[in-house]
Design a protein around this ligand. Sequence first.
Ligand code: NAD
Ligand code: DAU
Length: 358
Amino acid sequence: MILVTGGAGFIGANFVLDWLAVNDEPVVNVDKLTYAGNLQNLHSLQGDARHHFVQGDIGDGELIARLLEEHQPRAIVNFAAESHVDRSIHGPEDFIQTNVVGTFRLLEAARHYWAALPDAGKQAFRFLHVSTDEVYGTLKPNDPAFTEDHNYEPNSPYSASKAASDHLVRAWHHTYGMPVLTTNCSNNYGPYHFPEKLIPLMIVNALAGKPLPVYGDGMQVRDWLYVKDHCSAIRRVLDAGTLGETYNVGGWNEKPNIEIVNLVCALLDELRPRPDGQAYREQITYVQDRPGHDRRYAIDARKLERELGWKPAETFETGIRKTVQWYLDNPQWVSAVQTGSYRDWISQQYAQEQKATA
Ligand code: NAD
Ligand code: DAU
């Protein structure tokens, strides 16, 4: 089995769902259930004996050590993090605690577990750390895309905390020989994306008749990847990645934010026209820019393609259509997140999970 952290969040939940859809290897899913953790994302796994959920903090070394001892996973995939740049600007402390201290504690628990494994288990064990392109900083319009050799130049408290965690993972390999892998991915989008991030926020605000807030001039560029392609890349790296290496993951799909917002509006005009017949783009409002806003990210994913044969399955056109449709098809999920009732649901659900696993 494998141990996944942060598997109730956006990418982690998609990863767990896809993992169990493509093979039967069980998953122990450790998630603290912060505001970003939502057990409704894993609703379809209710009663599935292959999924074992534990509410817990990656910074709780004793808990992680106990879970490793009890379940003897062959790998850890670390998604757990504070992930939202704007929140990191207003309150960096949680980012340092989870992304830096938490990763350190998780690494230490993993190292002690791994060191005590018999030779075959030791050889097979993997610690895969899920990271971001934001650690590389920002690009000028004509700069080449980030390769794995690009300097680390993080600009926000979030990216600095992720950069620190990547450095810890690297050091645990060089110093202790830990069998680690790191992936640095571009912006994801898709189902279960928390509506504080650009694409889901635009969808839910548009449908609610609210303003669509575009920061600054809207010309910041991001490189978008459908979340399920990120998940397939992680599975591939876990299977065949070279120990100690990092792999950039991206969709070769750079777009300015304003183009993304216009695209989302156009899809909604087609799929769920406004009752007053107006275009959703009428709701676009330019607002104050994010402090320290990185202008452009772009990922060069050729190493992953060349060495491990990975390519994204979705184009942006197919992925964004599926995403908008998913939000239209799942109004209960959206409303539970917007009203905060998913938190009540979590406590009820978690009580049930505890009963089920007691
Ligand atoms: P998310 O915020 O949606 O989910 C994070 C999950 O981690 C939540 O379920 C939360 O409850 C859990 N968590 C937070 N602190 C924890 C702790 N101390 N212990 C255990 N669980 C904890 O984030 P996401 O967008 O799914 O991102 C997952 C990972 O992928 C992060 O490491 C992020 O840096 C990285 N990443 C995200 C993107 C993106 O576009 N979203 C792109 C590249 C990399
Ligand atoms: O690049 C990978 C990163 O992508 C991940 O590491 C982060 O966890 C993830 O949150 C994401 O970071 P961004 O800051 O790029 O994503 P966000 O959705 O917050 O913003 C995308 C762009 O849209 C960014 O340039 C800011 C802008 N934006 C965002 C919001 C929420 C707006 O213009 N208006 C908004 O309301």
